[in-house]
Design a protein around this ligand. Structure first.
Ligand code: ZN
Length: 946
């Protein structure tokens, strides 16, 4: 998890890891007399004695530990051998990755503890939920007798290699060590080692770097032996950063892991990483900003653990540091998420050498074995602290849980299922997976002093039966408040520092997004109130998706279903790929007494094969949708079903661009949506080969965001590629471009789109403002009948600023400077409100507004004939959550988020930022799904086949 402060882009950090140099590095400096020289092989645990019946890693791996990074299969062989050789080691499987790699953890403890594991687990569970205890005496007894639980997690980033090998060495030390310290650790702790959290990523990266390794090791960090190739190994199979998924729980690795962690309720949790090769070693504590819900306890423990860890490093003269760039504001890291469980979350960052050796700026060679040794030493130091302070750890853990359940300051979160019940249920499922207690109202109830996710306040509101309630008065109170709070605010003391850093150094101190609120990401009908809510409600233990059905299967004319639910999207995808003919209503209508909204799907019997009814019946059940058979095309109100207000959909034939310089996380999020969620056939296309790929095979092309800005796309495509792309769009293609790819399409030099980057049209901004004023006036225009028939000279005219004057040269300079300054204060992962034009098909099923995550310096402006489907809200309504400086508020308010424009027979759809950020922004994700599923039929005129 390399963290750099020197860059603007969140994503750039991932590719820049080799270019940063820390001059304070002292690993290569000759240590004091008597200390080992860098590069000199010293035992992992000097003076250690071992039980010879237990295999050492080298017995199974076939080489010395640290000589090379172990492959997944080698690791598994060792874990199995260790499990079989000792009653003090238990190997457990906890999940499986997308690529079929099984995920394991090892439990290691003393023979006495191993004999009573189930009881230990249950009794730690009592301390974790004091409501289950008989009283203080029972708590006291448990704290005196129970071992504490230490969860040691390694290599969640697959390209950070040293930690998995260190985990194996640690497992060996604990299983085989016969010395006093190792025995003490096992008596006082149950140690759980998760040696490899992301096998898919590690295997991908190892295959790359090993294929570029030869007889002679390259010490040069520019070598492919160190770098590997796109998409490297940080992410999992779909290239998601699993160390951002701890509460979003999009992936099987996270789901399996947290289930096990929540069963064990650890008091210590270590998360082990690597950073740039010229750095040294970092461990907790972090620096500001601190979560306002943290108590002084976590700070106390970070200090204690750090003191012992420092001593362990000082013994060898190794360099290290704490705080500096490390902050834990974002709760989706292993080291931060575990704090909200009541554990002491600890982060390690070792300078990485990608399994070989690196020559550092001071001339010293850092070897892989040394990096493994540092990680091993850190872990052993942390376990020593925990073993020495077992009772105090357990006692603090219990006290924090006790105050959580007994707290007088309660916040209640309320979630109304609404039309898209599937999505609310998916959200509740995510909470249940984290052991968060959720209740469901058995009857209607009323609550007061409420705020919704849009910051609207209600003095009183009545909620229907079936509404979900989450109270913060529960053992996981901290987690509840941290991930559900709509607008958790960064402490002012940090803001002052951040502002100074931006002004003086043009750098940010923030490492990650500043907002993540899960109810906002899901765009739920959600409310919060400070205080308990009185409602007759029962605990939710499991979620069952809504049951769907097809009403009137023997209909005479056709079938209809709403496009509002998550299930309906899947049904549309399945029907399209089976060649059914689907139409989409563009206007509201009423038929057979039922009202239908724009976006409603119509399947006419005359246009479809005979098995339509049976297929629809099956899909309705599978996806929980309510479908209706209609016997007539005649509407009682609105559009008749046989007319032109029902547009015919086309099967999307999707090409998704991949390869460098595309941001692999944005590519991965779209790929995951297509492949895993929608289960749609799509082709991943190499951007390098796009210029000579036969584009006629596709009717949708997706350009994900890229690193290095939009210019990278221009460079990759070249003149030839641009010409072919233009021709393809004009022939009926739908181009969807996201983030910096959208900036490329909107760049004046591309000649593709009429959307513009704000910074490129500063001199003529007034014409865009006039266009916006005209749109607003269309929405708000009140017809003055008197003025209409008897006009006066001064009557207001809509959009009268249509002939703007150009800014003069001195104004122009000032405007440019102000814009450049505003870009410095860009939204750093803030959640902003986007208002949708509900008459546009791109917004069907998405509601009237959506929260989107914004981390960009690009702002887009539009005017006729481009349609702005999604527009950032006005200044006062723009910020929903996270940090948005006034400069940014001014610059981004009312700019375009989602645009659509026709070009020839085709169309261009631009998203200012990724709508399905990290795969859990289900609200805005709907806009992308619409572009993919509806795009080829609704916005493009594909030539008829004959
Ligand atoms: Zn990492």
């Amino acid at each position: 998890m390399y963290r750099s402060l020197k860059i603007f882009s969140l994503y750039l950090a991932l590719v820049s890891i080799f270019y940063f140099y820390t001059p304070t590095s002292a690993d290569g400096i000759d240590p004091a007399p008597g200390l080992p020289k860098s590069g000199q092989i010293i035992p992992f645990f000097p003076d250690g004695t071992y039980d010879s019946r237990i295999p050492a890693p080298e017995d199974i791996l076939g080489c010395e530990m640290g000589a090379k990074p172990c492959r997944y299969e080698e690791m598994v062989r060792y874990l199995i051998a260790l499990g079989q050789s000792s009653p003090e080691v238990l190997l457990q499987e906890y999940g499986q990755t997308y690529e079929g790699h099984k995920l394991y953890y090892l439990i290691i403890s003393s023979p006495e503890n191993m004999a009573g594991l189930d009881q230990i687990k249950a009794e730690i569970g009592f301390l974790a939920d004091p409501r289950k205890l008989s009283g203080e005496n029972q708590a006291k007894k448990l704290i005196e007798t129970l071992p504490a639980i230490a969860w040691m997690a390694y290599s969640i980033h697959g390209d950070e290699l040293s930690s998995t090998d260190a985990a194996l060495q640690l497992a060996y030390q604990l299983a085989a060590g016969t010395d006093t310290l190792t025995r003490k650790i096992k008596q006082n702790l149950v140690i759980i080692i998760d040696p490899l959290q992301n096998p898919d990523g590690r295997e991908r990266f190892l295959a790359q770097v090993q294929s570029f390794s030869g007889n002679i090791t390259s010490w040069d960090v520019n070598s492919l032996q160190h770098n590997g190739l796109w998409p490297w190994g940080r992410g999992n199979h779909y290239l998601f950063d699993l160390n951002r998924d701890w509460f979003a729980l999009v992936h099987p690795e996270s789901r399996g892991r947290i289930k096990s962690i929540l069963e064990w309720n650890p008091q210590v949790m270590v998360d082990c990483h690597e950073m740039g090769p010229f750095d040294t070693y970092l461990f907790s504590p972090p620096r500001e900003p601190f979560n306002p819900f943290w108590t002084s306890t976590i700070h106390k423990w970070w200090k204690k653990f750090a003191q012992d860890q420092a001593k362990a490093f000082d013994r060898y003269g190794w360099s290290y540091y704490t705080r500096e760039w490390n902050e834990e504001w974002f709760p989706g890291y292993g080291s931060s998420w575990s704090i909200y469980l009541g554990a002491v979350g600890i982060l390690y960052e070792q300078a990485g050498v990608q399994g070989s050796q690196v020559k550092r700026p001071d001339g010293a060679i850092l070897t892989y074995r040394e990096t493994v040794h540092h990680q091993f030493t850190s872990s052993l130091a942390n376990l020593t602290t925990a073993a020495n302070r077992r009772q105090e750890l357990l006692s603090d853990f219990y006290q924090e849980k006790k105050s959580a359940v007994q707290s007088k300051s309660v916040t209640t979160y309320i979630f109304v299922p609404g039309e898209n019940e599937n999505r609310t249920k998916e959200f509740v499922q995510t909470l249940l997976m984290q052991n968060i207690e959720v209740k469901q109202a058995k009857t209607e109830f009323t609550a007061s002093d409420l705020t919704d996710i849009w910051h609207t306040q209600f003095s009183k509101k009545t909620f229907p039966k079936g509404t979900y309630l989450v109270s913060s008065a529960q053992p996981l109170s901290l987690l509840v408040k941290t991930i559900l709070e709509f607008d958790l605010r960064i402490p002012s003391s940090f803001l002052a520092d951040e502002r100074k850093e931006l002004e003086k150094k043009k750098e940010t101190k923030l490492y990650e997004v500043t907002s993540w609120s899960v109810p906002l990401a899901y765009n739920l009908d959600a409310y919060r109130t400070d205080g308990p809510v009185t409602a007759s409600a029962e605990p939710v233990t499991q979620i069952e998706q809504p049951v769907g059905k097809l009403e009137n299967p023997q209909a005479a004319y056709g079938y209809l279903f709403s496009y509002g639910t998550s299930g309906s999207v899947l049904a549309v995808a399945r029907l399209l790929e089976q060649n059914f003919k689907l139409r989409v209503a563009e206007k509201p209508f009423t038929v057979q007494g039922k009202k239908f909204q724009p976006g409603t799907i119509l399947l006419r019997i005359s246009e479809n094969p005979a098995q339509l009814s049976s297929t629809l019946e099956k899909l309705a059940q599978e996806y929980g949708i309510e479908a209706f058979g209609v016997n007539t095309a005649l509407a009682e109100d609105g559009a008749d079903l046989g007319g032109n207000e029902f547009e015919l959909l086309q099967l999307p034939k999707i090409g998704l661009l991949a390869n460098s310089p595309i941001d692999f996380t944005n590519f991965g999020a779209i790929w995951h949506l297509l492949d895993e969620k929608l289960k749609m056939r799509a082709t991943t296309l190499d951007i390098d080969r796009l210029a000579w790929t036969d584009l006629s095979l596709y009717n949708v092309l997706i350009f994900p965001s890229s690193w290095g800005g939009g210019e990278e796309y221009a460079r990759q495509l070249g003149k030839g590629g641009m010409a072919r792309l233009k021709q393809w769009i004009e022939g009926g293609g739908t181009l969807i471009a996201i983030g910096s790819a959208a900036a490329f399409v909107a760049d004046t030099s591309s000649g593709l789109s009429q959307v513009r980057l704000k910074e490129q049209v500063l001199d003529s901004l007034s014409s865009y403002e006039a266009a916006l004023a005209k749109i607003d006036s269309v929405e708000t225009y009140k017809i003055d009948t008197l003025d209409l028939w008897e006009p006066k000279e001064s009557s207001p005219v809509a959009g009268k600023k249509e002939s703007p004057e150009k800014a003069g040269p001195s104004d122009s300079k000032k405007i440019k400077e102000a814009d450049e300054r505003a870009r410095l204060f860009l939204p750093r992962g803030a959640i902003l409100r986007v208002d949708l034009d509900q008459e546009q098909w791109l917004s069907y099923g998405a509601g009237s507004k959506v929260p989107v995550l914004v981390y960009t310096s690009n702002a887009f402006v539009t005017k006729d004939p481009t349609l702005t489907v999604g527009r950032f809200a006005s200044q006062t309504q723009l910020r929903l959550s996270g940090l948005l400086w006034p400069e940014a508020r001014q610059r981004w308010a009312r700019t375009s988020y989602l645009t659509r424009e026709s070009k020839g027979k085709g169309q261009i759809i631009l998203f200012a930022t990724s709508p399905n950020f990290r795969g859990y922004f289900a609200g805005a994700e709907r806009l992308l799904i619409n572009a993919l599923l509806l795009g080829p039929g609704m916005g493009a005129a594909i030539p008829l086949e004959w």
